[in-house]
Design a protein around this ligand. Structure first.
Ligand code: 5RP
Length: 221
């Protein structure tokens, strides 16, 4: 079974889960990436059951708009009933690494604004401990060197994601080799580095529910 088939199954399970909770007034928070794209494609089929969406990236906003789904600015949205997004890694405590697509800051903002965060993954994303996937850190461009030196002191090896600019006009440092024993503490420590906008650890705002697709079906964490 291909990874895309599994991602599509996880997205379908999220649609099943949220569908009965939607009303004509509901605003849905939408993530970024290939799994989130499958979710958007499915959401288009139940377009009549909710009001609008808030997107975590320009790419997702464009995909939603392509289906005629109204996309609201977060500040204009009354409340978000749910946020649905993929992840790069998921640990047994539902802490995540995100930001492979570089949208981590807006993803964290929309997730934090939503009543519930439903994470959808194929089972290759499950890990016992976060850190195998390099941790994306969004940094104000002029602080690149300053932030990189601070990340080195935390035990990581930062690598500048060359040629990439976030939707917020910033750069990404992908940090390799971190030993993430305490995601909550490390998330706060990295956020405390001057020039860091946000990092891809989702521990303070971890997923409320993880839907994991494997060859035997979709299970819930
Ligand atoms: C984007 C993300 C994505 O959710 C993450 O990279 C997973 O992507 P995909 O669903 O394509 O495997 O955090 O910033």
């Amino acid at each position: 079974m291909s990874q895309d088939t599994l991602k599509r199954s996880a997205a379908a399970a999220a649609l099943d889960y949220i569908e009965s909770r939607l009303t004509r007034q509901s605003v849905v928070g939408i993530g970024t990436g290939s799994t989130a794209n499958f979710f958007i494609d499915g959401l288009a089929r139940i377009r009549h059951k909710f009001d609008a969406a808030v997107a975590s990236s320009e790419a997702s906003a464009q995909r939603l708009a392509g289906y005629g789904i109204p996309v609201l600015d977060l500040n204009a949205a009354p409340s978000l009933c749910v946020y649905v997004d993929g992840a790069d890694e998921v640990d047994p405590e539902r802490c995540l690494t995100k930001g492979g697509g570089g949208a981590l800051t807006r993803e964290k903002i929309v997730a934090a604004s939503s009543e519930e965060f439903v994470c959808i993954v194929d089972e290759s994303k499950l890990v016992e401990r976060l850190g195998r996937f390099p941790l994306p850190v969004e940094v104000v461009p002029m602080a690149r060197g300053l932030a990189a030196r601070a990340l080195l002191r935390l035990g990581g090896s930062p690598e500048w994601r060359q040629g990439f600019t976030t939707d917020n006009g910033n750069i990404i440092l992908d940090v390799h080799g971190l030993h993430i024993n305490d995601p909550l503490t490390l998330e706060a420590e990295i956020n405390n580095i001057v020039g860091v906008v946000c990092n891809g650890l989702f521990a303070a705002n971890r997923a409320d529910r993880v839907l994991i697709a494997g060859p035997g079906g979709v299970r819930r964490m």
